[in-house]
Design a protein around this ligand. Structure first.
Ligand SMILES: N[C@@H](CCOP(=O)(O)O)C(=O)O
Length: 464
């Protein structure tokens, strides 16, 4: 399997080079040259596999012999042995045909661990095998940063700098990142919002000379390895909920800000998983909802919400979807992205909009609606949702109560967002791994929203 760029100006590369390149050198995103398509027989045989077995099957389709099977198996084993649930991502029934897929049993209590435990180990593997220097640069609205740091802290040959928006992540997210005292970790709290952080790092990745000089590596979902690892739980959940109805189509409701998690679902569907609707759940930062409903992709006003990890205007992985929407025509994608840069928006025609609406449904959840979903779900089932999952549940409501099976991705543990949970007057107990963070000293550097300031700090770490 080789990888190409959504903008068509990068020669084909293998999986490891795609991981190392992160953002494609032409400014686009890397995608597999061909999406592997599964036969019904393969799907049936996969339905009996456990999580790690499924991961091995899926990863093998995208990695080929670059990483020998036994070594890939070891990487998977090491990555998922850190999870607290033996199913890795267990599925719970909420009521009738409605399920939640719990993705928060990894070390930092968020879905990001599923991919970043793997990517952290993969980077170590690449550092050893290829003698490559791994200087990670990432941006976070809270969860990716904590998870990426946890995935590589203290690891030989790896350094990591993470930019987060100063005072715009939850207290627990901040503590998870900034209480880490390993010398290979740098936390920069940028005076700005997540989009500012993401734009800064994308500018640095797009400067290919700088990127190569400092060996910059990505851990955000611009890195295809992130998407790949996240497809596994769609398959896993599908097989759990259709055990008595194999082949039946399933809806997935996905809280998403950067379009990465839902794009992984789209990829699973293109591989042949019987997915019905992909329901895109977002908050008041609703660029993706507006795109799906109206066909216009244009950032709006920035809102601070109860689901801070989704306080995002510009969704990285949107470009990957555009590539498939425009029938894999990289030159059209490059034109559209140029247009976005100059005019600040992309408008698609009615034919394309029909296709978008066949692929996705969308709902932008207002702050009150999010709290309402937490409260009513707790009262009716005793299940406590985190505010992002609550957006997923609210967005899925038109589909639940029917005959259709619907799975909502539970992207984080509620203890990460106690500020929101307190607003509905629910008292929760913190897992010990979280409560102990409050006694630790914090390490972070507050910086202006300035490329020069960020560069100064990260270069110091990378040259250490
Ligand atoms: N919600 C994310 C934002 C970064 O998204 P990513 O999927 O590209 O890493 C976060 O919690 O940091």
């Amino acid at each position: 399997m080789n990888y190409i760029s959504t903008r068509g100006n990068v020669g084909e590369v293998g999986f490891i080079d795609a991981v190392l390149m992160g953002l494609a050198d032409d400014g686009g995103l890397l995608i597999p040259k061909q999406i592997p398509r599964l036969s019904e027989a393969e799907l049936t045989s996969w339905s009996k596999l456990d999580y790690k077995g499924l991961a091995l099957e899926i990863f093998s389709r995208y990695i080929n012999e670059e990483i020998p099977q036994d070594e890939l198996k070891e990487l998977i084993e090491a990555s998922y042995s850190t999870f607290r649930d033996s199913d890795i991502t267990p599925v719970r029934k909420l009521n009738d045909n409605s399920y939640v897929l719990e993705l928060f049993h990894g070390p930092t209590f968020a879905f990001k661990d599923v991919a970043l435990q793997f990517l952290g180990n993969l980077y170590s593997y690449i550092a050893r095998k290829r003698n490559s220097i791994i200087n990670i640069l990432g941006a976070t609205s809270g969860d990716t940063g904590a998870s990426a740091i946890e995935g590589v802290r203290g690891k030989e040959g790896i350094r990591i700098s993470i930019l987060h928006p100063h005072q715009r992540v939850s207290k627990v997210q901040e503590l998870q990142m900034t209480t880490v005292d390993d010398a290979n970790v740098l936390n920069l709290a940028v005076k700005g919002n997540f989009d500012d952080c993401q734009t800064l790092i994308k500018e640095l990745f797009a400067d290919v000379e700088f990127k190569n000089k400092y060996h910059l590596r990505a851990i955000n979902s611009i890195n295809f390895a992130r998407i790949l690892a996240q497809t596994v739980y769609y398959f896993f959940a599908y097989f759990q909920v259709t055990a008595d109805a194999p082949g039946e189509k399933v809806n997935f409701s996905v809280p998403t800000g950067n379009f990465g998690d839902i794009f992984a679902g789209y990829l699973a569907k293109q591989m042949g998983l019987p997915v019905n609707k992909l329901i895109l759940a977002t908050n008041e930062n609703n660029i993706l909802e507006r795109f799906i409903k109206e066909g216009v992709y244009q950032p709006g006003e920035f809102h601070i919400t109860h689901s801070p990890s989704m306080d995002i205007q510009i969704a990285s992985n949107f470009e990957r979807y555009l590539f498939y929407l425009y029938n894999e025509d990289a030159s059209q994608v490059a034109d559209l992205m140029r247009q976005f840069k100059t005019e600040g928006k992309i408008v698609i025609d009615s034919e394309k909009l029909k296709q978008v609406q066949a692929d996705f449904a969308a709902h932008g959840v207002k702050n009150d609606e999010c709290l309402d979903a937490i409260r009513t779900t707790y009262e009716s089932t005793g299940y406590l949702l985190d505010p992002h999952t609550a957006c997923g549940i609210a967005a899925s409501s038109p589909y639940t109560g029917s005959d259709e099976l619907t799975v909502t991705l539970a992207t984080a543990h509620p203890a990460k967002f106690d500020e929101s949970i307190q607003l509905v007057n629910i008292k929760q107990e913190f897992p010990v791994q979280i409560s102990q963070l409050f006694d630790k000293p914090q390490y972070q550097t507050v910086v202006e929203h300035s490329k020069a300031d960020v560069v100064e700090h990260i270069v110091k770490l990378y040259q250490a």
